[in-house]
Each structure stands twice: as structure tokens, then as C-alpha cells.
Ligand binder design. Structure first.
Ligand SMILES: *[C@@H]1O[C@H](CO)[C@@H](O)[C@H](O)[C@H]1NC(C)=O
Ligand SMILES: *[C@@H]1O[C@H](CO)[C@@H](O)[C@H](O)[C@H]1NC(C)=O
Ligand SMILES: *[C@@H]1O[C@H](CO)[C@@H](O)[C@H](O)[C@H]1NC(C)=O
Length: 280
């Protein structure tokens, strides 16, 4: 008796603390500033790909690397991008290590937000609240809203969707609108190495659809991601490893493996092939 009367106020207190914590997270999630990640220096080049089965049918393809990263578009057509599969783009741009699909786009090939290729803004520059991933001329990684960076600093950039992990912590609150789907994600770990991640799923299947953004953010947080954002997912999610499609993309959202043509790709090539980076 005495024990249970003591228990009650304590659980109430815990509940209040939880409510207070989640409102803090909500408040800060609206207001997460841009992040610049320095180049990881003085270490051998590496690229570690791990296939992580996360349910009975699907795996996540998690690459950790410090290799050269670029944003690739197949070709510009009237301020739009020619849609092309990630596999073809990887061949065309020599993405020997890996490549994934990039940002969301419209059916006509226009990007849903700003995209920068080698210092040049291509496609639409529609104002958007979405965050993206990019690089500076020096090879630093950028994460955040395009408009929060100095235009001069941006060498390449692709606009994605939202933050998943910020400073080591998931910033996605679980809610009913957050449906499961395949996911494509880019981020960094605590050592400033790049994380390129594709989580397989099947958006229009009855089950095993993939992960919600909340689940994906916890998955990343638990495996040591420091910052991560969501790129275009669903039927676009494709992971190419060493110039071959490694995951099971579902271009129709049904359980048929097929690659969807996309507007942008994240291309990871071998830094050793670069004159520029041998200098530092
Ligand atoms: C990459 O993989 C190798 C071999 O499994 C491991 O020794 C190394 O610690 C990994 N490096 C990183 C940064 O994950
Ligand atoms: C990031 O989180 C660590 C604790 O994990 C904290 O010490 C640090 O101040 C945070 N940095 C920022 C920029 O919020
Ligand atoms: C990075 O890779 C791209 C595409 O393969 C290549 O054009 C570029 O020269 C490389 N840059 C560096 C700094 O390695």
C-alpha cells in the first residue's frame, strides 16, 4: 500500500518531464541552423559498406566514407534535369565507390528546391524550407537550408527534405502522418565521415513498407550519426555500389525491382583519382 502511493507521484513526475522534453525538441526542430563539417584530414581513404537487415524482407545499405562526394545531374534541359537512373549516372560520372538518388523533383525534371553543380545554380531556385546537402570548393560538407549559406561558398548542393538527426539526436517526432517508405539519407558520423544510407522498403505494399522518418532517425541516432537529412525516398531510393545497383529499388512502389529515373544523384568517387586532393 505504502509502496504504491509512493509510486504514483513519481510516475506523474516522469510523465511531466517527458512532456517538457518533447516540447523542447519540437521548438528546436523548427530552428536548426546550418552546419559546416570540416574535411576529415590526415587519414587513409576508406569506404565501408554495411548491409543491415532490419526486418524479414529488407535491408539498409549504410556506407561510411571520407571519399570525394559530388552532386551529379545527367544533363540540363531548359533549366530542368534529364531524368536518368542512378546506375547510369554513376557510370557517366565515374562514381566508383557508390551513388544514391538525390533530391525530390517534379515529373518534368525540375528540382523541388535549389541545386548547385560546380558553383552554378541549376534548375529552379524555388524558395523552400527544406534542408539539403552540399559541399564547398574546399570539400567541406554543408547541411542545412540553401538560403542560410553564402552563395559563394557553395560548390555543390542538392535540396532534400528535413533534418533527421541534429548534433547526435533524433529531431523527428513520431506522428500518424509519418508513413513507412524506402528512404535515402545523407549525413555524417561523429568523426565527420560521410554517411550515405538507403533503407529498402515497398511503399505501396500491404506490409514491410520501409521506415517512417521517425524510425529512420532513431536508426541513425543509435548507430552514431551526428547529422543526417532525408533526401528523396520511396520509389526513388536507389543504392549503387561499385557501379552496380546493390539494393532493391521499387520504381513503381510495388514489389518489383526496377530503377526509377531521377533528377539528381549523390556521387561518391575515389579521392585518390583527384589531383586537387593529393595537394592537401
Ligand atoms: C571500416 O571497416 C574496417 C574493416 O571492417 C574497420 O576496421 C574500420 O574501423 C572501419 N572504419 C570506419 C571509419 O568505420
Ligand atoms: C551537441 O551536443 C553535445 C552533447 O552531446 C553538447 O555538448 C554540445 O554543446 C552540442 N552542440 C551544439 C552545437 O548544440
Ligand atoms: C570528385 O569526383 C568528380 C566526379 O567523379 C570529379 O569530377 C572531381 O574532379 C572529383 N573531385 C575531387 C576533389 O576529387
Amino acid at each position: 500500500m505504502k509502496h504504491s502511493t509512493l509510486q504514483r507521484p513519481r510516475s506523474l513526475l516522469i510523465l511531466l518531464v517527458v512532456i517538457a522534453l518533447s516540447s523542447v525538441t519540437t521548438a528546436s526542430a523548427t530552428n536548426l541552423g546550418p552546419v559546416t563539417i570540416p574535411i576529415p584530414n590526415g587519414r587513409d581513404h576508406f569506404a565501408n559498406l554495411t548491409q543491415i537487415p532490419y526486418n524479414k524482407r529488407h535491408s539498409a545499405f549504410w556506407l561510411t566514407t571520407n571519399q570525394n562526394v559530388t552532386v551529379a545531374v545527367a544533363r540540363e534541359v531548359d533549366e530542368k534535369q534529364k531524368l536518368q537512373t542512378v546506375g547510369l549516372t554513376a557510370l557517366q560520372f565515374g562514381c566508383q565507390v557508390a551513388a544514391t538518388n538525390g533530391g525530390p523533383f517534379n515529373a518534368d525534371g525540375s528540382n523541388s528546391g535549389p541545386v548547385v553543380i560546380q558553383g552554378r545554380l541549376v534548375g529552379t531556385n524555388a524558395p523552400t524550407d527544406f534542408v539539403g546537402f552540399g559541399t564547398t570548393v574546399n570539400g567541406e560538407y554543408l547541411f542545412g537550408n540553401y538560403h542560410d549559406f553564402d552563395d559563394d561558398r557553395i560548390w555543390e548542393f542538392v535540396t532534400g527534405f528535413g533534418w533527421l538527426v541534429y548534433n547526435g539526436t533524433s529531431v523527428v517526432i513520431s506522428n500518424e502522418d509519418d508513413k513507412r517508405a524506402p528512404r535515402t539519407i545523407v549525413g555524417v558520423d561523429k568523426n565527420d565521415n560521410l554517411i550515405s544510407l538507403v533503407i529498402d522498403g515497398c511503399e505501396r505494399c500491404f506490409s514491410y513498407n520501409g521506415m517512417t522518418l521517425h524510425e529512420a532517425s532513431i536508426f541513425l541516432q543509435d548507430r552514431g550519426a551526428k547529422y543526417a537529412i532525408s533526401l528523396d525516398g520511396g520509389s526513388s531510393s536507389t543504392f549503387v555500389s561499385q557501379l552496380r545497383v546493390a539494393n532493391q529499388p521499387t520504381c513503381t512502389g510495388l514489389p518489383i525491382v526496377c530503377e526509377r529515373p531521377v533528377a539528381t544523384a549523390i556521387c561518391i568517387s575515389d579521392r585518390k583519382n583527384s589531383d586537387v586532393l593529393e595537394v592537401q
